[in-house]
Write a protein that binds this ligand. Structure first.
Ligand SMILES: Cc1cc2nc3c(=O)[nH]c(=O)nc-3n(C[C@H](O)[C@H](O)[C@H](O)COP(=O)(O)OP(=O)(O)OC[C@H]3O[C@@H](n4cnc5c(N)ncnc54)[C@H](O)[C@@H]3O)c2cc1C
Length: 451
């Protein structure tokens, strides 16, 4: 069996892995390889493509151990890359101060915080072209595709060996430095690997909630100003945090298949719009003793929905929810109930989401929705749909140093799967921070980091 040697091996070709490689090539590093089990190296870049350029969104600067100024510096670098792709357009401009301030004021009157980041968007229909464009930055990086990393071990010479499967054959790659950026889909696989290698990790908080879909006329008044508005609520009843996430004006609700269960998500195309807008409403849950496994907890919620929904997520009309009845196929588009105002874009099972959602989460979501309806009257029209479950599995946390190196020297982590980001821009930032550390670890130095 032949083993190939590299200076740096990157697991995962999402924004974290790609931006790490782009930065490394820029400073002259060679013998880099990106490994991905998919045939097309993109990770989550094929989805929707909203970019939030704001240090408060999709990242935690304390976790990344950078200042707000550092984050803004690196974001400028990332923006420069995306600005070379003409179909990636700015959709929220911060010079509309008056409207944004009015919204923030209204939100605060109802106990909510409102954030309007600078936002760009390319749309799912432009995802492949965008990834081809990003790849054009990488002239010397090897792409080892359709290659699944199955395990990793430290060798006596301080190199790491990645054991992989490619076309059902075993292949091996060695390097003194490895970046694990496996995204949410590879998070639990990498957690197992990490535990075997004594790489420290623990459970972080998890986001559980619903996705709303409504006739866009009710929300355009806000999304025409801020494409993906961020409302953050602290609930009165349980003192918990709820936030809006991933708004898609004119978008579609999507289903993600996880095998044992299905989750809800959403996106939008640039070229073709629907009559609806969708957004997620998420409640952040942290667990302590005696049971801190947020992953298993959230999976058990997802499985409950899968069971009750007959193998699909559940959808319920606000009109039915208010009347304390389940939604059903027979009345799902009833005109007498005004349900025809919003035509569902996703084929979930009409039912009762309160049967599978823990009461505390449901209380928090409903309280936040009622506040939102005061800020934007009409969003709780009887036709509005609530889909569940929407869960964000970014709950494995790796303690790291300021360059995202773990307790095992030479192993770096970045992106959503390792708790370092919650979105494309955050993932790219974490990849660039890790790239700097990896360069140093290989005995090279750098200048002007973040310029
Ligand atoms: C429907 C949908 C819409 C979204 N919309 C947006 C949006 O508009 N804006 C936004 O900021 N974020 C959005 N996101 C989230 C965004 O996609 C992620 O935040 C981002 O992709 C995370 O980047 P990453 O590099 O950490 O991981 P990923 O992009 O998930 O990439 C990880 C890669 O690692 C590979 N991998 C995993 N395990 C292995 C293994 N063992 N061997 C080999 N390869 C492996 C995977 O195949 C994958 O390609 C959306 C997500 C979804 C699902």
């Amino acid at each position: 069996m032949k083993t190939k040697n590299f200076n740096i091996l990157i697991i995962g070709s999402g924004p974290a892995g790609l931006f790490a490689a782009i930065w490394l090539e820029k400073v002259g590093m060679d013998k880099i390889a990106i490994i991905d089990r998919n045939a097309y190296p993109a990770g989550g870049l094929l989805n929707d493509g909203k970019l939030n350029f704001d240090y408060r969104v999709g990242m935690d600067v304390d976790e990344l151990r950078i200042t707000r100024a550092d984050a803004e510096k690196i974001m400028r670098e990332i923006k420069q890359v995306f600005s070379g792709f003409p179909r990636c357009r700015q959709v929220t401009f911060l010079d509309q101060h008056k409207e944004v301030l009015a919204l923030a004021e209204m939100a605060s009157e109802h106990g909510a915080q409102f954030i309007a980041p600078e936002q760009w968007h390319w749309g799912t229909d432009n995802g492949k072209a965008l990834v081809d464009y990003l790849r054009s930055y990488l002239k010397n990086t090897d792409f080892l595709l359709r290659t699944e990393v199955t395990s990793m071990q430290k060798l006596n010479n301080n190199n790491f060996r990645l054991d992989c499967k490619h076309n059902n054959k075993s292949v091996h790659y060695n390097a003194p430095v490895v970046l694990a950026s496996p995204g949410r889909s590879g998070a639990y696989w990498f957690r197992d690997v990490a535990r075997k290698m004594n790489i420290q990790n623990n459970f972080g908080p998890i986001d559980v909630g619903i996705r709303l879909e409504l006739n866009r006329k009710f929300y355009d008044i806000v999304t025409d100003i801020v494409y993906d508005p961020k409302f953050i609520f602290k609930t009165g009843r349980h003192d918990d945090r709820v936030r809006t996430f991933c708004t898609n004006p004119g978008g579609r609700v999507r289903m993600e298949d996880y095998g044992d269960f299905k989750l809800i998500n959403g996106d939008a195309l640039l070229g073709k719009k629907t009559k609806n807008t969708n957004f997620a409403l998420l409640n952040t849950i942290a667990l302590t003793k005696p049971y801190s496994d947020t992953t298993e907890f959230a999976q058990s919620i997802a499985k409950q929905f899968f069971l009750l929904g007959g193998g699909k997520p559940i959808v319920q009309r606000i009109g039915d929810f208010r009347e304390r009845r389940r939604s059903s196929q027979a009345t799902f588009n009833s005109t007498t109930r005004h349900f025809e105002v919003c035509k569902a874009t996703c084929n979930a099972t009409p039912g009762d989401i309160t049967l599978a959602m823990p009461a505390r989460i449901m209380d928090n979501l409903w309280e936040s929705l009622k506040s939102m309806d005061k800020i934007i009257p009409g969003i709780l029209h009887p036709s509005t749909l609530m889909y569940a479950p929407e869960i964000k599995f970014f709950d494995t946390h790796f303690p790291t140093d300021r360059f995202l190196e773990t307790n095992i020297k030479g192993v770096f982590v970045a992106g959503d799967g390792t708790g370092k980001s919650r979105g494309i821009v955050g993932a790219a930032i974490s990849g660039i921070i890790a790239a700097k550390g990896m360069l140093e670890r290989t005995g090279n130095s750098f200048k002007n980091f973040g310029e």
